[in-house]
Design a protein around this ligand. Structure first.
Ligand code: ATP
Length: 308
């Protein structure tokens, strides 16, 4: 994907109008006796990139599809761009963007035909040529959909999701199947959409993607939010002790400390300058995420044992 920004001038109102794009209180949804969403509260600010993380079956898709108006909820309050998705009409729908998987129905249409066709559905759509460039499909604009690779097809899905110039964009595992360069280019595209004022709700299994893109991250497990914060602070990440590693006498040494700067200064004094193999490590987002998820799974296993 090219790094050309998605260029149509920003038209989205900033936080001044109504600072929330999404407000959810006590959301519940069950399938039979499976409680898929178990009382979720969520506020997403306008202009924010918000990531939902969670293991398979955690309730992410159910939550997102309720916000999109594609699934009914059993309980709770939901407000998306000032309306209840369960009853909102066509003009509301034209203000949101959803990246769906394109079907084979239109396999004979070209990339350009598809994007131009979708643009007609929206009153304030982006320039289709700019959108094709923004997702890096310029060279494939005359290719038929059936001739696209999996990753190119996914870029076209993204183009169709953003051509309507949405105020709120839902991106559900958008980079699955992308090669590393295409992922980087897609991240640039998300950043440019954000700088145009688009609010983005991203679900992903890639923690580096959440760390790169999200202003805030919610971790969802067993239908509940178990942590919500910036990627840097999630799960008390910055409060964890730092581990300082270095090499000495042919071995790797490690020390856990609350004051890594002071420790490194002392170490540098001892070595009279450069400390061999120096590293200062705090828990990664992945470390914190896995421990949050692990805690929930341990609690669920404990509950199952006690009710047996
Ligand atoms: P993944 O990361 O695998 O996409 P998810 O977090 O999106 O998972 P959901 O698809 O929301 O999870 O599913 C939450 C729970 O609800 C799972 O246990 C799933 O099996 C169940 N579920 C989802 N859709 C249905 C359905 N239509 N009928 C019955 N159960 C469902």
């Amino acid at each position: 994907m090219a790094t050309t920004p998605a260029t149509t001038p920003a038209t989205h109102p900033g936080p001044a109008r109504d600072s929330h794009a999404v407000r959810v209180r006590g959301l519940r949804k069950s399938y039979g006796d499976k409680q898929a969403v178990d009382g979720i509260d969520l506020d997403i600010e306008r202009g924010e990139v918000f990531a939902l993380l969670g293991p398979n079956g955690a309730g992410k898709t159910t939550t997102v599809e309720i916000l999109e108006g594609y699934r009914h909820r059993d309980g709770g309050e939901v407000d998306v761009l000032g309306a209840d998705p369960a009853s909102a009409g066509r003009s509301w729908r034209s203000r949101i963007g959803i990246v769906l998987q394109t079907s084979n129905e239109n396999a004979e249409l070209t990339v350009e035909e598809m994007v131009r066709h979708f643009a007609l559905y929206y009153p304030g759509s982006r320039d289709p040529d700019e959108v094709i460039a923004a997702v890096g499909l310029e060279e494939k604009r005359r290719a038929r959909m059936r001739a696209l690779s999996g990753g190119q097809r996914r870029r076209l899905d993204v183009a169709l999701g953003i051509v309507g110039n949405p105020e709120l964009l839902f991106l559900d595992e958008p980079t699955t199947g992308f090669d590393p360069q295409a992922r980087r280019d897609f991240w640039d595209l998300v950043r440019s959409l954000r700088s145009d004022g688009t609010t983005i709700l991203l679900t992903t299994h890639y923690l580096d993607e959440a760390e790169q893109l999200a202003d805030r991250v919610a971790v969802i497990a067993s239908g509940r939010i178990v942590a919500l914060d910036t990627p840097e602070r999630l799960g008390g990440r910055m409060a964890h002790r730092a581990r300082v590693r270095w090499e000495e006498d042919g071995a790797v040494r490690e020390e856990s400390t609350d004051a890594p700067t002071r420790f490194v200064v002392d170490l540098a004094g001892r070595f009279d300058g450069e400390v061999p193999g120096l590293q200062v490590v705090r828990p990664s987002l992945e470390d914190v995420y896995l421990s949050l998820i692990g805690d929930v799974e341990d609690a669920a296993a404990e509950l199952a044992r006690s009710t047996r």
